[in-house]
Design a protein around this ligand. Sequence first.
Ligand code: AMP
Length: 268
Amino acid sequence: MKIVRTIAGLRAQPRDGAVGLVPTMGAFHEGHLALFRAARAENDLVVASLFVNPAQFGANEDLATYPRDEERDARVAEEAGVEILFAPDANELYPPGFQTWVEVEELGRRLEGEYRPGHFRGVATVCLKLFNIVRPDRAYFGQKDAQQVAVVKRMVRDLDNEVQIQVVPTVRDADGLALSSRNAYLSAEERKLALQLPRALATMDAAQAREQLNGLDVDYVEVADFDPPVLAAAVRVGKTRLIDNVILDLPRQASTWLGRDQEKKEAV
Ligand code: AMP
């Protein structure tokens, strides 16, 4: 596996056949591995990017403390069949004078966007840059970040990118907690509390989930009309913010919408 740090270096790589790109921020776990494997199965060349993108972190977020271990990540990626690891530094992607941003307006403001203003602007911009740099045939994203998938798909459609967006199911620990690089921040006690999140979402019902999360610091629990629709939630456990979602199956989804309508009526 080659580690490439510059845009020019990446563009100089020989390419033959279909190219799959897996954008990541590192601290690889089985979720990332599932994306690498999917890319490996469907492409001739697999490129992973490893870039902790400052543009998608808010001023009070965990950019400085985000887990970083490039040596380990490189080993793990190579074992998973990644052939090129694109690991630029921030100056390479955001040179002095940088001032052009991608804003997916309505989709980027809701849910996560409400609690992390500017987050999806950072995500969309870096993804478009990576698509322009790597020119992949397919790019791989996790269902774990359902709104990110929706934003990136919308951008690809709106800006006429040719890349095919492939979505990989959420990988969970045996206890149900969705794998996340941020789980590393959780103490044993906090991890137990965090388990309430997948358990609440497993009800597949917004009202029930909200009730189950009562007592936790909840940012939102909402049905989101993505394709497919999901029940999505964000909670804070200690200093750690966790997000998760479940895809709603059709019959259950109908009852959830009904529940929401009922709530709206009650609110009026
Ligand atoms: P990150 O490094 O956290 O930015 O994640 C890189 C990619 O891996 C994103 O597309 C995530 O949605 C995906 N991902 C993260 N966690 C999981 C998981 N538990 N299951 C599936 N995909 C995941």
